[in-house]
Design a binder for this molecule. Sequence first.
Ligand SMILES: O=C(O)CCC(=O)C(=O)O
Length: 283
Amino acid sequence: MEPLARADWFKFRSVDFTQLDALEDCLEAFAKRELDGVVIRQVYPEAYMREISSRIERHEPPFHVFPRGADPHKARQGKHLYGITLVAADRDLPEYFRVAEGFRVQCRDLFRDGADYEARLKSIFEVLGGGRSVELPRNPDGQGYMPATIRILPSGAAIDLHCDNNLSHHPSYAHLKTVCDVSDQLSFFLTLNAPGGGGELFVYSRRWSDSDDVGSQYVVSKDASLVEGCECLALKPQPGDLILFAGGRIYHRVAPTEGTRPRYTIGGFLARANEGRTLYYWS
Ligand SMILES: O=C(O)CCC(=O)C(=O)O
């Protein structure tokens, strides 16, 4: 993690994975608005992230690619995902749950000779949640949601300004909303490969408000003018670092990547159960 300027509007903590206990129960502080972000450094060794990145580069295992085009090779030259997000699946939820099942198997294969990704993330969230159980949500037929997506940003690609509370307006969130409180969801991602330049996560002092979402509509990205004049901070986690932040209520974007090394991250969202103490993660 590069040095971070402290700002009173972005309350932030950064620890090594070996000191994870220092973050015990910190989700409570997120809920009370006493904390906005944490970085856990070296959740995986950098050398292992290089190995994982070269597998991703080779498309091995052959994850489902989104967007789906006539020519998958061409789709993999632009900004794309391995897996599919709930909003990208749109109304084709049977497809989403099919892809999710395959993704879980392929993700285990991707991390086959290191700590399993899903197991490691679950164990971290258990500590951050002060011993709460951590589960993948399931639809009424028992099918699991996507545990994460892999985001691939080649040179020049970016993720435009957005705030994740807006996702809950999407019709595909209807069932998930009955399971967990998506109105203040957290966002997390593990950096697998950092680009030569750019690719920073920019967080803004502007907080989400209901009235930002005209007609309670889901939109892929927000107009940059929304954060004009707001303060911002750039975070650039290194390969192996996990960031968790209040992406539901904090406007953020990923700056365009520069150079020949693409940006690879794997991540999703985290929220508390509507009833009981469980935490749920999905993408
Ligand atoms: O960098 C990423 O993988 C995604 C960051 C982001 O926009 C989010 O987590 O909402």
